[in-house]
Design a protein around this ligand. Structure first.
Ligand code: FPP
Length: 232
């Protein structure tokens, strides 16, 4: 049997282009986010079909509070309505949902939606969908360091201690980070975990993503040679 190329165990996705997708159709930006959520569901199923075990979606960054009050409110509404509201979908497909980020600063209804969805899906084993909300890579590292400082008074901190105090220490590092809408930045996403991640930038706007994009990403990943600082 031919050896199959590896797929990323953990894929990180920066969902970009919802606003442009809506603008092209003369629709409000919120329509782009609503459509983006449908893409998110297609992508989870496609990732599961490829054998990817964890997908982390960048849904709301620590910088996204700068958007209009109306857009922030709509995104928070989507998270509440579509996290717990889509429980049947997650459970039917064996999707475990986890939140990542400074969740304590979110409105109580959002915190509650995340907590109850995590609880209701914790036994699912096909794929883990991590939703990064109020997430910033620098903020995550600062919170990890502050957690360590609270529990001991040592003067030096090791890489391993920081790693263990990140938001989801049990998940593997991200193998590949991809971004839609042809933007080529990490935008403060998974900064610690991406030290050796492959990067991929794709033209399609996020609401247009589906199985084709995930298959392309897996093919691209399979062609990369990962050396982790060593030699081949
Ligand atoms: C980026 O497009 C997209 C976002 C900042 C939000 C992504 C959020 C979702 C798809 C919904 C998440 C909901 C749940 C339940 C996880 P943009 O607005 O920056 O697009 P633009 O650059 O074209 O303006």
């Amino acid at each position: 049997m031919p050896e199959t190329a590896p797929v990323p165990t953990h894929l990180g996705i920066i969902m970009d282009g919802n606003g442009r997708w809506a603008k092209e159709r003369s629709l409000p930006r919120t329509a782009g986010h609503n459509e983006g959520l449908k893409a998110l569901k297609r992508v989870i199923l496609a990732a599961k079909a490829e054998g990817i075990k964890v997908v982390t979606f960048y849904a709301f960054s620590t910088e996204n509070w700068k958007r209009s009050e109306q857009e922030v409110a709509y995104l928070m509404h989507l998270i509440v309505a579509k996290l717990h509201g889509e429980l049947a979908f997650y459970n039917r497909h064996g999707i475990r949902v986890k939140g990542r980020g400074d969740l304590s600063a979110l409105p109580p209804a959002v915190q509650e939606a995340i907590a109850s969805t995590e609880e209701a899906t914790k036994g699912n084993e096909s794929i883990t969908a991590v939703i990064a909300i109020n997430y910033g890579g620098r903020d995550e590292i600062c919170r990890a360091v502050n957690r360590i400082l609270k529990t001991n008074d040592q003067k030096t901190i090791s890489e391993e201690e920081i790693r263990q105090n990140l938001d989801l220490p049990d998940l593997p590092d991200v193998d590949m980070i991809v971004r839609s809408a042809n933007e080529r930045r990490l935008s403060n996403f998974l900064l610690w975990e991406s030290a050796y991640a492959e990067l991929g930038f794709y033209e399609a706007l996020w609401p247009d993503w589906g199985a084709d994009e995930i298959q392309t990403i897996c093919r691209d990943y399979g062609q990369r040679v990962r050396k982790f600082g060593g030699v081949e």
